[in-house]
Design a protein around this ligand. Structure first.
Ligand code: TRP
Ligand code: ZN
Length: 882
């Protein structure tokens, strides 16, 4: 493993390479421990570059076994070599030349899962961001684009399948027991999009006819015997291809599109040109083994990777500071796709829930950074929720500010102007400015200023003149490296609701710009005056979550309840319910902390039960309403001095009061939402199951008995219901005999399905309470646990740290020490995974002082350790920095 060099990369230092890469020809002779890679590259010196400038190639833990210039050996004196760099001097001034690099690598020993590695006997690659340099010496940066030819030679019996990017050129036998295949990708691409897969896999095949009537072969490769479980992924792929043609006008551009599912993978999936590689968790599904959430994730990630073909591959990033250019935009595209495939409002609620719990948390802690950062120590650590999810929100705001038509015009201009380019965020924004004539200079601060803007709102209505005055103040909090901030351009969709829920359109607005229903807040402090309002309106602000901000608007219970009942925007209704619930839950936490009796709130209970029983509302929406703000949401609302036990106790008490008051409503819901025929993973059926399971969870609280959940477990005919019933049993009745029986039955039934056992680990990892740690330690010795597989580690260690607040933050700090020990262990094998898991402690400073102290001690334990990877070193240093 490479340890930290302390080197920092700065955006300001960007300059193009001295040499232009014209094409690449790779030959792999695959072997589990000694794979030979021959890389032939044609370069020429860039115009204007000094004739003495050397060619600098990147490497990572490489050993060189051959180096040629135009097929002649380069003398030792002409180059400098280290595992991380190859520098070749005395190269031609203007004519093109060929460099041939030969390296020997060991896929079997590659536990980092970056570069070429083996997963369950399958050779596969992961090259983003800087994995290609673990395969060969190369200008491994996204602004170096070239067409690739790839020849693969391997043992025929073990590797009947030999895949790479682009179109298949041909294959043949290659000596005794071996064969070879050749692939050519005509689309110039950077090395991070290179992929190779070899092994023995089953396949599901289909075809897609594009808008210009070209037939594309579609293939999804999975382990033998799992083909049936790839059917939903294939369906999602075809829907994605169609949607991208219809909504963004984007057509696929090769004869074949392949997806390979592997079981050892650091992230969700990877968009390699024509050959996406997936974590099998996001490909495999059937009703018996996958939950509704799994289906939704598969649909979203299949779409995401496919959409990268245009936003990421055809137009790539100039440098890694521009990561949001492909990720934020592609997340926006997959969000829109899912919204069109499912219920737009419910999808939006889920997105915002996720954004708040992950991105807002990141943005308010030591790891906060802008959507487009200006420096990094380890790029792997910038695949963050800020780059992805906030990046998506920034794109969404451009669409909101410009309106649908001009946004589309800007996107079309982007595709036309930058196809084939390695582009920047500035290039992207310029397309929207040029297409719309609108100045987006102030808006661009969204890319550059970190921190969640805090908006304080007050309103006053003058009945005599029919005038409403809305006063808005914005403040962007200080974040690491950014102490003072400029006011931002914040687009707030706004509705003024009369008592019956109708929206009034003011006759005039002064004090700032309003386009359609969007208020443009651009100043630090701004007063919008609306005239022609017949009676006192209720203000519904940030409808649809048009801007990723925190609103501080002291609205009365009556106003919130009006919005909750009458808004036409369902997101706003859900938000109003959340705003009703949060003060109740924070007060409950405070009461629990002081040992006082926790008060529930009649108005909240009544409103929620009315929503639950309201049959005009879609079940998925009602389920979202019943899922009160999470413990993490409450902690964020409280801000500092958090006691996770008090938050938990307070919330449980409020939930129980709602459960008891609504027992009849919930019992009826369980009956009404019961199965209707065969399982279908669509949004409507998933919504019914979500509502039924929400009701089950409340009933378990009301009845204080495991009986109902045990019955639901026995009766379940799909994984959604089964996993939910098991969760209720384990979380509410950890000591009950029914729970032990169900856990055992689940483990026995799915003992040969690792992905399902991940759920079994996660459900147990999130059982609240201080004894969780002992449970985790015991589960680590389970025969199905495998510390080398990232999915297993995430499901147990990751879920415990990220999603079990009371267990992980137990008062004696034992779980922090446990986590630190795990991080050090995992770091030796897989630094990327270790660093990601470590971020679970990013909010340590907002804990009450005694826990915060214990957390700091554990972090310092990590920081003191010798031989940390750059990944973990970078995260731990930033987390401890004052
Ligand atoms: N680009 C990929 C995506 O968003 C994710 C990715 C980045 C990745 N780096 C990775 C996946 C490393 C696996 C390993 O879809
Ligand atoms: Zn992506």
């Amino acid at each position: 493993m490479r340890t930290d060099t302390g080197q920092i990369v700065h955006l300001a230092d960007y300059r193009p390479t001295d040499f232009v890469l014209e094409r690449v020809d790779l030959t792999f002779e695959l072997d589990p421990t000694e794979t030979k890679v021959e890389t032939r590259m044609i370069f020429h010196r860039r115009e204007g570059v000094d004739a003495s400038a050397p060619l600098v190639l990147d490497g990572d833990e490489l050993s060189l076994s051959g180096l040629l210039f135009d097929q002649n050996e380069i003398p030792a004196g002409q180059y400098d070599l280290s595992p991380e760099r190859l520098v070749i001097r005395d190269l031609p001034e203007s004519k093109p030349f060929e460099i041939t690099v030969t390296t020997i690598i060991n896929p079997e020993a590659n536990t980092q899962l970056m570069g070429l590695y083996r997963s369950n006997g399958i050779y596969c690659t992961q090259c983003e961001a800087e994995g290609f340099r673990r395969i060969t010496y190369f200008p491994d940066r996204p602004d170096v684009l070239a067409p690739f030819t790839v020849n693969i030679i391997a043992d025929k019996e073990a590797n009947p399948l030999l895949l790479s990017n682009g179109n298949f050129l041909g294959g043949a036998g290659y000596g005794p027991g071996k064969h070879f295949a050749a692939w050519f990708d005509p689309h110039p691409k950077p090395s991070y999009l290179f992929a190779l897969v070899a092994g023995d896999l089953g396949v599901v095949e289909d075809t897609f006819v594009t808008m210009s009537e070209r037939e594309v072969a579609l293939k999804i490769y999975v382990e033998h015997g799992k083909e049936a479980r790839a059917a939903y992924a294939m369906d999602a792929l075809k829907r994605s291809m169609k949607w991208d043609e219809e909504v963004f006008g984007r057509e696929y551009d090769l004869d074949i599109f392949m997806i390979v599912a592997v079981s050892d993978f650091n992230m969700g999936a990877m968009e390699n040109k024509g050959l996406n590689i997936f974590n099998d968790k996001y490909v495999l599904a059937d009703p018996e083994t996958a939950t509704d959430q799994d289906y939704a994730n598969i649909e979203a990630i299949i779409a995401h990777e496919y959409f990268h073909n245009w936003t990421g591959n055809r137009i790539t990033c100039r440098d890694w500071f521009q990561l949001c250019l492909k990720e934020g935009l592609t997340v926006y595209r997959d969000h829109e796709f899912s919204a069109d495939q499912r219920s737009r409002a419910v999808k939006r609620i889920a997105e915002v829930r996720h954004l708040r719990s992950e991105q807002f948390t990141e943005d308010s802690g030591p790891l906060a950074h802008p959507v487009r950062p200006t420096s990094y120590r380890e790029i792997n650590n910038f695949y963050t929720t800020t780059v992805y999810e906030k990046g998506s929100e920034v794109t969404r705001m451009i669409a909101t500010i410009l309106g649908g038509e001009l946004f589309k015009k800007g996107m079309d201009l982007y595709f036309e102007r930058h196809d084939g380019d390695a582009a920047t965020v500035e290039d992207f924004v310029k397309c929207f400015e040029d297409a719309s004539g609108r100045d987006l200079k102030q808006f661009s601060l969204w890319y550059h200023q970190a921190g969640t803007p805090q908006i304080t709102v007050s309103s006053a209505f003058d009945a005599a003149t029919g005038t409403l005055t809305l006063s808005l103040d914005q403040m962007v909090p200080a974040t690491p490296g950014q102490t003072s901030k400029e006011p931002m351009h914040i687009p707030l969709k706004t509705g003024l609701l009369l008592e019956d829920g109708t929206i009034v359109t003011p006759s005039a607005v002064t004090g700032g710009e309003m386009t359609d229903d969007v208020l443009h807040l651009t100043e630090r402090s701004q007063k919008f005056v609306f005239t022609g309002i017949p009676s006192r309106p209720t203000v519904s602000l940030n409808r649809g979550f048009s801007a990723p901000v925190s609103l501080h608007f002291d609205q009365s219970g009556a106003d919130l309840s009006l919005i909750a009942r009458h808004e036409s925007d369902l997101f706003a209704r859900w938000q109003a319910l959340t705003n009703l619930a949060l003060p109740v839950l924070t007060a409950a936490a405070a009461q629990a902390r002081k040992g006082e009796t926790v008060q529930s709130d009649a108005m909240l209970t009544e409103t929620l039960l009315a929503i639950a029983a309201n049959e005009t509302l879609e079940p998925a929406f009602r389920a979202q309403a019943l899922a009160l703000p999470s413990e993490a949401d409450i902690a964020r609302e409280l801000g500092s001095d958090n006691d996770p036990d008090a938050i938990h106790t307070g919330r449980e008490t409020v939930l129980t009061a709602i459960a008891k008051a609504g027992a009849d409503v919930f019992a009826k819901l369980m009956a009404d939402m019961a199965d209707t025929g065969a399982y279908k993973p669509d949004a409507a059926d998933a919504g019914r199951r979500a509502l039924k399971n929400a009701a089950l969870s409340y009933l378990a609280l009301a009845e204080q008995s495991p009986a109902r959940a045990a019955a639901a477990f026995d009766k379940a005919d799909n994984m959604t219901d089964l996993a939910q019933a098991l969760t209720v049993l384990a979380h509410r009745f950890p000591q009950a005999a029914e729970t032990a029986t169900a856990l055992q039955a689940f483990e026995a039934r799915f003992s040969s399905n690792a992905l399902v056992l991940d759920k079994w680990f996660s459900i147990q990892a999130t059982i609240p309470g201080a004894d969780a740690l002992e449970r985790i330690e015991k589960l680590m010795t389970n025969e199905h646990y495998n510390p080398a597989n990232p999915n297993r580690v995430r499901s147990l260690i990751g879920t415990f740290a990220f999603a079990n607040a009371t267990g992980f933050n137990r008062a004696d700090g034992a779980a922090y020490r446990f986590h630190a020990a795990r991080i050090l262990e995992i770091d030796k094998r897989n630094p990327q995974l270790a660093a990601r898991l470590l971020t679970a402690m990013r909010s340590w400073r907002s804990l009450e002082p005694s826990r915060a102290d214990l957390a700091r001690t554990a972090l310092m334990e990590i920081e003191r350790s010798a031989g940390l990877s750059t990944d973990v070193r970078d995260i731990v240093d930033r987390m401890l920095k004052a």
